[in-house]
Ligand binder design. Structure first.
Ligand SMILES: [Zn+2]
Length: 295
């Protein structure tokens, strides 16, 4: 039974909710400050009060990291299949379609080539909004191909991680991507080409346990959760309280797993500096050079 009844039929709000600018005001997840969307966009989705880094898409990172208009997507159209005919509470096939519709992406990754301060790079970036950025066959394949293209064109590889880990709906095929991406990075290392890994919130599971941890240089955004198993599982396994800041970028930097924690606004400059260092340093094979001409 309703407490109140509408006296007249057909009464509508003056403005349809859909016409309202959606989410102009947002609450910071960290400090609960109310933030104005246009201001937040200007600050690359970092809370101006507390520095909390909101999750952003691969495309937003590309705008931030690469020279304007330099990004060219490659391997677009690789779409996941469902060889195991997996279903949990939903069919994997249906989950894929729902994620594709929601994000406009084929899978949890966008890869291609671009330039950073004029230096050509190969890039593979994960999208957390697509099934938690989980690594299945398509993610693994696109990373492997991005690494191969880096080798073919003699350029560095940048990977950007935002992932809950392996895609369980692909079972062993998903776990195999850990070996596959690691093997390709070993080839890249043999060619003495740099791999720069950028860790964002969160980077966990099989992604941490494979390519994300294999950077020659590993950068991480402030306070990003980076680890393999979650803190609750670890706490219950070792039956001990975990130290403060456990599995956050700053903790990992202090313990040598991350080379530098970089604020989002400084990512582009830091990346350019690191790439220039590798590009200009005399490498033993003498083959690694800036290749602006062939971009
Ligand atoms: Zn905040």
């Amino acid at each position: 039974m309703a407490w109140f009844r509408r006296g007249k039929k057909g009464i509508k709000a003056a403005v349809d909710k859909k016409d309202m600018p959606q989410g102009v005001w947002l609450k910071c997840r960290e400090c609960t400050e109310i933030l104005y969307r246009p201001e937040l966009e200007k600050s690359h989705w970092v809370c101006q009060k507390c520095g909390y880094h909101f999750r952003i898409s691969s495309r937003q990172y590309f705008q931030l990291l690469f020279d304007e208009g330099s990004f060219v997507e490659e391997d677009a159209g690789l779409r996941p299949s469902d060889p195991l005919h997996f279903r949990d509470s939903k069919k994997y096939k249906d989950r894929i379609v729902a994620a594709q519709t929601k994000t406009g992406l084929d899978d949890a990754i966008v890869s291609g080539r671009a330039t950073v301060d004029g230096i050509p790079v190969s890039i593979a970036a994960l999208d957390f909004s697509f099934m938690g950025g989980s690594m299945g066959s398509v993610v693994g394949e696109r990373i492997a191909r991005a690494a191969q293209r880096a080798i073919d064109a003699r350029r560095g590889l940048i990977t950007l991680s935002a992932s809950g880990g392996a895609r369980m709906q692909e079972g062993i095929l998903s776990l195999m991507q850990m070996a596959k991406t690691s093997a390709m990075l070993a080839k890249l290392a043999e060619e003495r080409l740099p791999h720069i890994s950028i860790l964002t919130d969160p980077t966990t599971g099989g992604v941490t346990a494979s390519f994300a941890s294999l950077g020659d240089v590993i950068l991480a955004e402030p306070k990003a959760l980076v680890g393999f198993a979650g803190p609750r599982v670890i706490r219950e396994t070792i039956n001990q309280e975990l130290p403060e800041g456990f599995q956050r970028s700053e903790f990992l930097e202090a313990h040598g797993f991350v080379d530098r924690v970089v604020h989002r606004r400084d990512l582009n400059r830091t990346l350019a500096t690191v790439l220039a260092f590798f590009g200009d340093a005399p490498m033993p094979t003498g083959r690694l050079r800036r290749r602006q001409d062939d971009h």
